[in-house]
Design a protein around this ligand. Structure first.
Ligand code: SF4
Length: 421
């Protein structure tokens, strides 16, 4: 693993390499991208036109699709970027293509806008706001998005994770009836998500359900909340779509209960970053209210209950490159790979989601180091998974939903290489 990052993307394989390019470079606006937005699953972030860029909306921003799918089955999150060399052409009627300036185009599709997102529940509430979202063929259920770490300060320091922009209690949490310190959500919230999920399961081919939510300062309470959510989901999950509990780390007795009742088939407790010193700095709430060692113990206990390839931990890959941590990208990649080795040896599978720098830190030199780091990590991590005989369980995640992660694409490339060898 001595190759420098600039040439490493060549060794990732064509699908993973294309995905890496698109994740970093994004796609610039075109009329075709605008048309696609009218019938695609909407992006959370609108396209923002740059000064001097032609803006057909006259509003400085435009809706764009959320996910694109290449003809090889790789799903990628769409990032709008005026300076990108990638552009979409075509139309809904003729089909869409994607091309880098001066290179051949390839057919793509966008994740469609499902009918249920335009419907309402029986009490006339928009299904799009009941707490269900889609990442390709994964249904993400989040009916308690507010994170209590945002409300807590210790020695004037906020307990929220430093990278987190989505857990602040807000209008969403009010609408869902979530209250700080209260385990149970209102019955109307459960009824609405159950109706929405029924409609989505009838319309979509969902292959994974992922339960997620903001953290509570009491991990027992958080665990009890997830049991209630999982029971509500089980009542309408007639197709037995595999369910993953994506809570924070939770106590053993809560895991026992989830397991005994067969409510979830996998767990994913996000450590976010490897090494206790970085965890303490980046996830102060997780460290204060649970603790680094207890987090890893909980993951290990999960392996005992559910077995290998059923226990995951998501990592914010690249957060270590923020200047305050004083790590060169090669050191950061090495540290992350040490973590991958340690976790895999315990039967725990880390999943690396690409970190988007915030606060104007996304200048080209920084992004170039981040890309080198990510490419090296992906290559090294594939070797580690292979060494430990670990694969991503397709009930947990697959190429059809891993929109910011590359593990499944790289494993697929390896499978194809073996078949043709
Ligand atoms: S635990 Fe951290 S990442 Fe999760 S919602 Fe709270 S602040 Fe955000």
């Amino acid at each position: 693993m001595n190759a420098k990052g600039s040439s490493m993307s060549d060794t990732l394989g064509s699908n993973a390499s294309l995905k890496l390019d698109l994740l970093f470079e994004g796609i610039r606006y075109s009329p075709a991208l605008g048309e696609a937005a009218t019938h695609s699953f909407p992006n959370f972030y609108p396209y923002r036109f740059q000064p001097g860029e032609h803006d057909p909306t006259g509003e400085g921003k435009a809706e764009i699709p959320y996910l694109l799918r290449t003809s090889s089955g790789t799903v990628v999150r769409v990032k709008g970027a005026a300076e990108s060399r990638w552009q979409v052409s075509g139309s809904q009627a003729q089909g869409y293509t994607l091309a880098k300036d001066g290179e051949a185009s390839q057919p793509i599709e966008f994740a469609p806008l499902p009918a249920w997102m335009r419907q309402t529940t029986s009490d006339n509430y928009p299904m799009a706001q009941t707490g269900l979202s889609l990442h390709g063929d994964m249904g993400v259920i989040n009916i308690a998005p507010g994170c209590e770490y945002f409300l807590e300060k210790i020695d004037k320091r906020s307990m929220r994770c430093t990278f987190c922009a989505y857990g602040a209690p807000d209008k969403r949490t009010q609408n869902l009836g979530q209250e700080a310190g209260v385990v149970s959500l209102p019955q109307r919230t459960f009824h609405r998500i159950q109706e929405t999920l029924r409609a989505a399961l009838a319309e979509e081919k969902l292959r994974h359900l992922y339960l997620v939510g903001g953290s509570m300062t009491d991990w027992h309470a958080e665990g009890r909340r997830f049991i209630e959510v999982a029971r509500a989901v089980a009542q309408v999950n007639d197709q037995a779509v595999p369910v993953t509990c994506g809570s924070g780390a939770i106590p053993k007795e809560i895991m026992d209960q989830l397991h005994i009742e067969g409510l979830v088939q996998a767990v994913c407790f996000n450590l976010e970053v490897w090494s206790q010193p970085l965890f303490e700095q980046i996830c102060p709430g997780k460290h204060h209210y649970v603790g680094y060692d207890k987090w890893i113990e909980a993951l290990e206990y999960g392996v005992k209950l559910w077995g290998r390839e059923r226990v995951y931990t998501a990592m914010v890959a690249g957060i270590e490159l923020e200047p305050e941590y004083n790590l060169h990208w090669e050191e950061a990649a090495e540290l992350a790979l040490q973590g991958a080795e340690d976790l895999c040896a315990r039967g725990i599978i880390p999943i690396y989601s690409l970190y988007w720098p915030i606060g104007g830190r996304d200048h080209p030199e920084y992004m170039s180091r981040l890309k080198s780091y990510f490419a090296r990590l992906m290559l090294g991590y594939q070797e580690i998974r292979a060494k430990h005989g670990l694969q991503i369980w397709d009930g947990f995640m697959c190429r059809e939903c891993a929109y910011m992660q590359m593990e499944c694409d790289m494993d697929e490339e390896q499978r194809q290489l073996k078949q043709t060898a």
